[in-house]
Design a protein around this ligand. Structure first.
Ligand code: AMP
Ligand code: ZN
Length: 483
């Protein structure tokens, strides 16, 4: 089996991937909070997880992939962590409840509606479905158990119906994000959190929160009626579905702190064992050089992309053009360019096997090897795409090309097997081919009559239709002009 390298946020290094169990690789992805349409920034992170899964499958692994559904809102804007994350907001609210109240629905109805939309968006982008999409509200018992265990171990304490994690008791705190206690203390010195004045230290975070009378989503617990804190659900659900120790945990770069740092504290604090081997974080999708996020300004959805007439897979292609760890600026122009390039690929593929080629090389092993190396080198998709284009332009014969391209598409997920349907313009494209064949015949007879003026004129006409005529000893050959 070939080596796979991945950049691990925990060690800050590109590492050779060593599965815990060779038979099945276990991946957990932090999923969406389902109270509104997810935006294409969120989807960039899910696309990264999808490529990861496809790369592992391509390498012959089985994969168990879990992606949670957050259907209980957490107070997203905890002022303590907001400050550390550089955000400016301070108002606390449960977004699921807020949306339910606004629409006169129950939180459950809201969650159901947006879970379906999220699944549809993933499908439109050819994101392979996770094996399970566990819901936070169906794991309250597990979260309470985990919290109880942390209190028993002296890592958490209860005050007034709220349970906090006692961060200074967990010696490895800060290993993922670099936000170690000493650094955090300094940063937080000035922060006074009135609503959480029961905390021993401002760095402590809530595992369980006491519910006010009017809070719609609340459950019984050993500490009275309440609801889970922000981070506990992912510890509870990942360990329930993947075990105490699993291979890879993914998310966007904003998940590193506090969410994933706190997940480590919860899980490792509870089991006393390592939790996750590789933490993989994707760079943000930006808009106007800022993170695409509802609170920051403009966001776009897949529905908007479709409404504007784009193929959602053009967005998939766009994300493949940048390395997953780098930030990527979104603009409609960049989407358009990605669509043009993707359409060129579809046109290439639907033109294969139509007798236009003059290629006879059968061996694609170099291309296949280079493709494998690119995807296994920390998912270098820009390079992988480059190899795809090299192959299309190579002197390999059509059948072998197509075979390799279809194989590569198991990772790319661009629906290459449906190339003809994918590019709507193919209808006219097919007509073009018939016209070109007619022109080729006319040119052949012009040349037989030594009428080179007419022959050149026809050559220009063919060129205008996107093909270059090459005269070889076997006669006229066509080459598609790729722009
Ligand atoms: P949230 O609903 O904010 O928890 O986001 C769900 C997932 O999307 C998380 O893994 C985030 O890290 C990720 N995410 C949010 N905004 C962006 C963005 N602009 N670019 C990439 N990933 C993002
Ligand atoms: Zn999570």
């Amino acid at each position: 089996m070939a080596d796979i390298f991945l950049t691990n946020t925990l060690t800050r290094k590109k590492e050779k991937f060593k599965p815990i169990n060779r038979k099945e690789v276990k991946i957990y992805t932090c999923g969406p909070t389902v109270y509104r349409d997810i935006h294409i920034g969120n989807l960039r992170s899910y696309l990264m997880a999808d490529i990861l899964k496809r790369v592992l499958l391509y390498n012959g692994f089985s994969v168990k992939h879990i992606k949670n559904i957050t259907d209980v809102g957490h107070m997203r804007s905890d002022p303590t962590t907001s400050r550390l994350r550089g955000a400016s907001e301070t108002a606390a609210f449960d977004p699921v409840i807020a949306e339910a109240l606004k629409k006169g629905k129950t939180p459950h109805e809201i969650a159901k509606e947006y879970t379906k939309k999220f699944r549809d968006d993933e499908k439109a982008l050819n994101i392979l479905p996770a094996d399970n999409f566990p819901k936070a509200t169906e794991h309250i018992t597990e979260m309470i158990e985990l919290t109880k265990g942390l209190i028993e171990k002296g890592l958490a304490y209860e005050t007034n119906g709220t349970v906090y994690y006692n961060v200074k008791k967990f010696k490895n705190y800060g290993q993922l994000s670099g936000n170690t206690l000493d650094k955090m203390d300094k940063l937080l010195e000035a922060v006074r959190v009135s609503s959480e004045s029961d905390k021993k230290k401002s760095v402590d975070f809530a595992l369980w929160k006491k519910a006010d009378e009017g809070h719609i989503l609340q459950w019984d617990s050993p500490w009275g009626k309440g609801y889970p804190g922000w981070h506990i659900e992912c510890s509870a659900m990942s360990m329930k579905h993947l075990g105490d120790h699993f291979d890879i945990h993914t998310g966007g770069e904003d998940n590193i702190f506090p969410h994933h740092e706190n997940e480590i504290a919860q899980s490792e604090g509870s089991t006393g064992k390592p939790f996750v081997n590789i933490w993989l974080h994707g760079g943000w999708l930006l808009i106007d050089s800022k993170k695409m996020a509802r609170r920051e300004g403009e966001t776009f959805t897949i529905s908007e992309i479709v409404e504007k007439g784009y193929n959602p897979l053009s967005f998939r292609y766009l994300t493949l053009m940048a390395h997953y760890r780098s930030r990527l600026n979104f603009s409609w122009d960049s989407l358009k360019q990605a669509e043009t390039t993707l359409n060129n690929l579809y046109r290439w593929v639907s033109g294969l096997g139509q007798g236009f080629g003059d290629k006879n090389k059968k061996d694609t092993s170099d291309f296949e090897q280079n493709f494998l190396e690119a995807i296994n080198d920390d998912m270098d998709m820009p390079k992988a795409l480059d190899i795809v284009w090299q192959l299309t332009k190579s002197d390999v014969d059509d059948d072998s090309k197509l075979k390799s391209l279809l194989k590569f598409d198991k990772v790319l997920g661009l629906d290459i097997q449906n190339a003809e349907q994918m590019e709507v313009k193919n209808i006219s494209d097919r007509i073009t081919k018939i016209e070109i064949e007619k022109l080729l015949k006319e040119r052949k007879s012009a040349r037989e009559k030594d009428d080179f003026k007419l022959s050149d004129k026809i050559r220009d006409e063919i060129k205008a239709k996107g093909y270059e005529v090459v005269d070889s000893k076997d006669g006229q050959k066509l080459k598609r002009i790729i722009n």
